[in-house]
Write a new protein. Structure first.
Length: 203
């Protein structure tokens, strides 16, 4: 797993990188589809225990904030050869079982994950209506096998501030989760992470 506390590779204020990826219904979803709307890009997958731990909370977040005008796209960038449970067919099942009301798309080349500097699942990128980055970090402090409840408090506070056109809090905690499963030879130059505040392992 990767603790991405110091992996702020996409600086605040950066424009959202483009993407055009297929969702679980075979429809191409583009960043441009959400022009003029605030946008949350969430890197998740099917198998990661960190994603499983928050998935009900993430589904509820999607229902709550879609009605407030926030567009949400979830992206799976994992290598499905080494992790077939994350394949597109399984993603359809995940949308149904988790109750996701937002597009869940597959980044087959992993180039979108690289463009965003995504390090782990889950990893969240929140953009304002001009698609400028205002928040990158965790859903909340909840972790598998720990008593902290899943509330989505960090992301909700950031989204509430952004939607109210107020500054997002300066302290942004990095996500903790399983590292993105890069295809052999396709790892970004910055992986594996080497910061003393970051750890990585296969999961």
């Amino acid at each position: 797993m990767v603790l991405s506390t110091s992996t702020q590779r996409l600086a605040l204020g950066t424009s959202a990188p483009d993407f055009a990826l297929l969702d679980t219904n075979g429809k191409t979803v583009k960043r441009a589809d959400f022009a003029g709307k605030p946008l949350l890009v969430a890197f998740i997958c099917n198998h990661c225990p960190f994603v499983k731990h928050i998935r009900a909370g993430l589904a509820q977040f999607g229902q709550d904030y879609s009605s407030k005008g926030l567009a949400i796209v979830a992206i799976n960038s994992n290598d499905v050869v080494t992790h077939p449970a994350d394949g597109p067919d399984k993603m359809r099942d995940e949308v149904r079982d988790a109750g996701y009301a937002f597009p869940y798309v597959f980044d087959a080349t992993q180039e979108v994950a690289k463009a965003y500097g995504a390090a782990c699942t889950p990893d969240f990128f929140l953009f304002d209506a001009e698609h400028k980055l205002v928040y990158r970090g965790r859903f909340d402090a909840a972790r598998p096998e720990q008593p902290t409840p899943v509330t989505g408090s960090d992301l909700r506070e950031a989204a509430d501030a952004m939607l109210a056109k107020k500054p997002v809090a300066g302290v942004q905690h990095g996500s903790l989760g399983c590292n993105i499963k890069w295809k052999p030879g396709n790892e970004p130059a910055w992986f594996p992470l080497t910061s003393a505040r970051e750890i990585s392992r296969k999961a």
